[in-house]
Design a protein around this ligand. Sequence first.
Ligand code: TYC
Length: 101
Amino acid sequence: MSHIANSPRTRTRQKTERPRLHKVILVNDDFTPREFVTKVLKAEFRMSEDTAYKVMITAHRRGVCVVAVYAKDIAETKATRATDAGRAEGYPLLFTTEPEE
Ligand code: TYC
């Protein structure tokens, strides 16, 4: 079966590509307290205090910071949960997702 000549138009891919991973991105704002952002990063993304602080301060200084990468549905669930944690306290904290290149 491996030498049947398919025409170029009907030939199918031999390799299955892995689904792309998706980045969770932390977006800075002027209102959410630093300590709260760090707390959410620790709780939702299981970061150490040190890592969570570094991610928070990077978003604070640069506007955004990549938090982690996951399969699409996991990235979206975590971004939603983390954003909702801020909203529950009245903060505009925002986590977004974006496919990796
Ligand atoms: N900029 C906020 C402050 O000064 C802290 C903050 C950091 C908020 C990162 C959001 O993604 C964020 N209180």
